[in-house]
Design a protein around this ligand. Structure first.
Ligand SMILES: NC(=O)C1=CN([C@@H]2O[C@H](COP(=O)(O)OP(=O)(O)OC[C@H]3O[C@@H](n4cnc5c(N)ncnc54)[C@H](OP(=O)(O)O)[C@@H]3O)[C@@H](O)[C@H]2O)C=CC1
Ligand SMILES: Nc1nc(=O)c2c([nH]1)NC[C@@H]1CN(c3ccc(C(=O)N[C@@H](CCC(=O)O)C(=O)O)cc3)C=[N+]21
Ligand SMILES: [Mg+2]
Length: 304
């Protein structure tokens, strides 16, 4: 039987550890402050923003939301960031990705003060990551490392395969695993013989954005499988493929009109792996925990 790496439990551990630090900050000066900028309405970003607001309330972190239309220009976005860079009560600025295509994302990421960049996406912080030097780390990959560490899984010396090479997940994930002394392979849409490459992985991380794409032929028996994917499935044949006709799960799909699934086939993952992160209830929750952790750290840095 595979171990479920429970995001809820680990998330709560991390939040509980942050509480006394937040209490100290609040009495010494003020609560940590986080601002989220959401341009347009990307569904994955909506889930993220909703859970973020909830967690900030639970922790007593001051949070603000700036919602802008998907016609927003680069200049308008830069003006907001400049204001937030100057505000002393704001410790973290997070601009939801992806941005609409008329916006110059690089210019936006460069504009955020690196010490308020709680996503770790500023080129300075990316450089610090590559150099293994202290700086805010990208939340999702940092959350994956916390899951591994707190579950007693040490990547040192093991074969790790990361499927996906995005700037926000795949690349920083590979770098963190490398720093933890894994032997890392990064795969993408041009990779040949993907099933064979994945099947060599003792630690397999999927960050693709394709519902239940990694099936049994990709999974080494006994592997640790980390499923970063968050996909909403609304087609009936896809739901049948993913649930393998399980009547109860199909009924739930019919009722809600959709199914939230990762990039790994959930039944194959549960059957073949030694340990895995479920979707939902896995990596997504840790992304929030690490965002809170980065915000608290930024506030502590500013208190000095
Ligand atoms: N749980 C969480 O906290 C978070 C979850 N996510 C989820 O993780 C997933 C990935 O997100 P993100 O990294 O932003 O996505 P991107 O779309 O930016 O990147 C996807 C990557 O997967 C690769 N890829 C796509 N199709 C295939 C294929 N058929 N075979 C092999 N590789 C393929 C792409 O290759 P190429 O580079 O060649 O195009 C690319 O490198 C999504 O489901 C997203 O919703 C994202 C952020 C946080
Ligand atoms: N600048 C930026 N940084 C990001 O980190 C970023 C982003 N943009 N854009 C969108 C993606 C997506 N993302 C999620 C984080 C948490 C959940 C999450 O909380 N998931 C829970 C809840 C799921 C649910 O409520 O249905 C779970 O997996 O259990 C989801 C998605 C961060 N992203
Ligand atoms: Mg993040």
């Amino acid at each position: 039987m595979a171990r479920i790496l429970d995001g809820k439990v680990i998330n709560q551990q991390i939040l509980d550890e942050l509480k006394p630090r937040i209490a100290h900050l609040t009495s010494a000066r003020r609560a940590p402050g986080l601002v989220v900028i959401l341009v347009g309405n990307d569904p994955a970003s909506e889930i993220y923003v909703r859970n973020k607001v909830k967690t900030c309330l639970e922790l007593g972190v001051h949070s603000e939301e700036i919602r802008l239309p998907d016609t927003t220009t680069t200049a308008e976005l830069l003006a907001h960031i400049e204001t937030l860079n100057q505000r002393p009560a704001i410790d973290g600025i997070l601009v939801q990705m992806p941005l609409p295509k008329q916006v110059d994302s690089r210019a936006v990421l460069l504009a955020i003060r690196p010490d308020k960049d709680v996503d770790g996406f500023h080129p300075f912080n990316v450089g610090q990551l590559v150099a293994n030097a202290p700086a805010p780390r990208s939340c999702t990959p940092a959350g994956v490392m916390e899951i591994l560490r707190r579950s007693g899984i040490d990547p040192a010396g093991s074969d790790a395969v990361v499927v996906g090479r995005s700037d926000i997940v795949g690349k920083p994930m590979a770098m963190l695993l490398l720093h933890a002394h894994a032997t890392v392979t990064i795969c993408h849409s041009k990779t040949q013989n993907l099933p064979e490459v994945c099947k060599r992985a003792q630690i397999l991380v999927a960050a693709i954005g394709r519902p239940a794409m990694l099936t049994a032929e990709y999974i080494r028996p006994g592997a640790v499988v980390i499923d970063v994917g968050m996909n909403r499935v609304s087609s009936r044949p896809e739901a049948e493929r993913i649930t393998r006709g399980d009547a109860e799960k199909l009924a739930r799909f019919e009722k809600r009109g959709s199914l939230l699934v990762g990039d790994v086939h959930p039944l194959d993952m549960a059957e073949l792996s030694e340990a895995y992160t479920p979707v939902p209830g896995g990596v997504g929750l840790l992304t929030i925990a690490m965002l809170m952790s980065n915000t608290v750290q930024s506030a502590e840095h500013r208190l000095k």
